[in-house]
Design a protein around this ligand. Sequence first.
Ligand SMILES: Cc1ncc(COP(=O)(O)O)c(C=O)c1O
Length: 390
Amino acid sequence: MFSSRVSSDLTPNRLSAAIARLRQARVEIDDLTESNPTRVGVSYPGRLLDALASPAGLVYSPQPFGIPAARDAVVGDFRRRGMTVPRDRVVLTASTSEAYSLLFKLLCNPGDEVLVPVPSYPLFDYLATLDVVQVRTYRLDHHGEWSLDMDGLKRATTERTRAVIVVNPNNPTGSYLKCPELGALAAHCKAHGLALIGDEVFAEYVLDADLPRTCSVLAQRQALTFGLGGLSKGLGLPQLKLGWLVAGGPDDLVKPALERLELICDTYLSVATPVQKALPSLLADGAAIRTQIRDRVTRNYRALLTAAPRCPSVDVLPAEGGWSAVLQVPAMQSEESLVLQLLEQDHVLVHPGYFFDFPREAFLVLSLLPHPDVFDRGVSRVLARIEAAE
Ligand SMILES: Cc1ncc(COP(=O)(O)O)c(C=O)c1O
């Protein structure tokens, strides 16, 4: 009766089952996988949501790409970051996940392929499968710093490839795309008629300001490009359900892309009016939230760098940006068994590297968002467990 877009095996994995058991027993867990900014003690301006109650939100005048004032606010936000984007290339969406779905509908027929990085964001498989699109992977390699395996990406490109996705900075490696990498990618996309999709939701969370990095995929002009962002990460407001995609590249590609995208967006009209009306004031008043989150992830990353040398077999991989950190740990047992032990015996939750398709074991992924007390206690328990196993 049901389509194969959703797997018929919906049993929870061992980690989810263990978490559910502990939560039912009311065991307190130091959750170092927490990526929800509304649950980590960030203080949100008291009157931030007043703008959602404006009577202007009572009038429904649907526009496929969003109301002009809201799109102008996105233009203004790019200007704040030193970038110029024209309003007619800005498309509002309900989330970045929805932006992916719109782009897959625009670019791919059933069975077509998109290239995604590994290790990276685990949702790509689900997002693509729901739109009947196939995912093929290209590697990010770590040798002191992360770099894109351009030869592997070229080999992974087939007749059916329609787009290359980059996450900049990447989740969970925290690595930014470097300028020469962006140039090579754009040239490859141009040569093969592929779109370049840049997920830039973490772009403003720079952990290492000294490293050379690109600011946006929209800076290149050769290939049809889409830059994705939104309130979820940009302002720590995932519950408001407002994101955007911005088209870039040559006019003769952008124009037909936007004409088709307009029809797709018009079919759903998924972004609520009150949040669009409120967007200018949310972007202005929400800057303080972004600052708090930036301070939090920077503080926790530094605390991790300070704590880790106590356990010399643990390596903190250098992170340049984003909300997570990666630990390389001795592969004396499987990642799954280590993570289950940490959860069940030490009551600290971390993600195993295989959740993000690390090519080998053993890696642990930690969110840098938790409250410092939780973060420091959790890190200390992780290091103690690894020390004890040596
Ligand atoms: C790389 C990346 N892109 C997109 C998203 C989802 O963003 P949104 O809430 O706008 O769908 C996430 C969420 O964790 C993410 O890590």
